[in-house]
Design a protein. Structure first.
Length: 227
């Protein structure tokens, strides 16, 4: 009997263990607590201020400077020789101070004496010496009347005939370039000639040389300024 009393608690404890170990219901998943939703914060919309746009002004176009043309230096006229003698071409400008006129002249190395176109040539005598009265005729225009002593009489033979022409020779000043010189001139009608003045060797001997391949080497002399 004592043994039964001792076994009873053991049996009861075993049945309790069996009851607790046997599942009576389906397993239940543990409940996860809900996390409250964080309200979305809307970002403020940035509104950019309107900027007044000015119309683009095109910059003023400056004219493109034209490239400068290369200017070739003008050749320097050689008007004198190294020893100071005048260089003359086959044609030169001649200034006659007595009538204040400038004319084209032919430089003739074959002629001994210079000559100028003259009309109304009238020889006469004054104080026992020969004088001559004449007008200078250039391009059909007669100058004032001149009266000059005759230095000598020149005998000139025309190339077209055998006749010898006696011409009065007078002294007169002329200017070629910067050279002003007194020289002999024979007076003759040259209205049929291309040049009213011819310069011969008596003018340029010892003071000038002639380059027949050139013309108008010397500058044109200016007229005398009238006061």
């Amino acid at each position: 009997m004592k043994n039964w009393k001792l076994l009873l608690p053991v049996i009861m404890s075993g049945s309790l263990i069996a009851c607790t170990s046997t599942p009576t219901t389906e397993p239940v998943e543990p409940e996860v607590p809900e996390v409250p939703e964080v309200p979305k914060v809307e970002e403020p919309i940035k509104v950019e201020p309107e900027v007044e746009t000015k119309p683009e002004i095109e910059p003023e176009k400056k004219p493109t400077p034209k490239p400068e043309k290369e200017t070739k230096p003008k050749p320097v006229k050689v008007q004198k020789t190294p020893d100071g003698m005048l260089i003359l071409g086959s044609e030169e400008w001649v200034y006659v101070p007595a009538i204040d006129q400038t004319y084209k002249a032919r430089i003739d190395t074959g002629a001994t004496t210079s000559s100028i176109s003259a009309t109304n040539i009238v020889p006469f005598e004054r104080d026992g010496k020969d004088w001559v009265q004449f007008n200078v005729d250039i391009d059909g225009k007669a100058s004032k009347e001149f009266k000059l002593p005759v230095e000598r009489w020149a005998k000139v033979r025309q190339s077209s005939s055998e006749e010898v022409d006696k011409r009065p020779v007078v002294m007169a000043y002329i200017q070629v370039g910067d050279l002003k010189e007194q020289t002999e001139f024979t007076l003759t009608e040259r209205d049929h000639m291309k040049f009213p003045i011819l310069l011969g060797r008596s003018f340029f001997r010892d003071i000038a040389v002639v380059d027949a391949s050139k013309k108008y080497i010397q500058n044109q002399p200016s007229k005398t300024k009238k006061k």
